[in-house]
Design a protein. Structure first.
Length: 199
């Protein structure tokens, strides 16, 4: 029997993965679909949106999370909060990132009380410039890890996992541009998510 409350995935393009063109179930062709295929008894909903930062999740939280009343909520956000610093000179400080992330978690716990799964953002550098992104991203990774511990959430530690995979296969085999996963990258994310969540 399908669980009455959905397993909900929210995030940026890594979660979106073409879901709005993916009729009829709108899961996309990435890690969310791979997880859904492993959990046929679950109703899975994908509300990832390309380009989102944590502030964008905050602004759409009521409609895209609270109103959908998920039983399990997976949040995967952060790489655009780093990327915009480098491509648009539009940084998100670690403090602002944490404030908005904490805000959405507080709302989720108070209004929906789902099981939480927090996914660590990653970069698999394919350019010299991306090698410098860790000075920004590492602070945000630390925020996600800390909030997962604080809120009793499952934590998906992608950076170490995908760094090891990049050393084995080459970074472009994991994420062609260092950010957006290849099919192999998505499969590794799905497996790590399933391991961490215990589902």
């Amino acid at each position: 029997m399908t669980h009455p409350r959905p397993l909900l995935f929210i995030g940026d393009s890594v979660t979106d993965s073409g879901r709005r063109d993916d009729e009829p179930d709108y899961l996309g062709d990435g890690y969310v679909r791979m997880i859904a295929e492993r959990l046929p008894e679950r109703r899975v909903v994908n509300v990832g949106i390309n380009g989102n930062r944590v502030v964008d999740l905050r602004d759409r939280w009521q409609v895209d999370v609270v109103d959908l009343n998920p039983d399990i909520l997976s949040i995967y956000i952060g790489i655009n909060d780093t990327w915009r610093r480098y491509d648009s000179n539009d940084p998100t400080s670690a403090a602002a990132f944490e404030a908005d992330y904490r805000n959405i978690l507080d709302q989720a716990v108070k209004l929906v009380a789902p099981k939480l799964v927090l996914v660590e953002p990653f970069v698999a550098p394919v350019t010299e410039e991306q090698e410098t992104w860790h000075e920004d991203l590492d602070e945000k990774r630390a925020v996600v890890s800390r909030l997962a511990a604080e809120f009793g959430a499952a934590f998906v530690p992608l950076q170490s996992l995908l760094t090891a995979a990049a050393e084995k296969h080459g970074a472009t085999a994991i994420a062609q541009d260092g950010v957006h996963p290849t099919p192999l990258g998505h499969r590794l994310i799905a497996e790590a998510w399933l391991d961490a969540s215990g589902l």
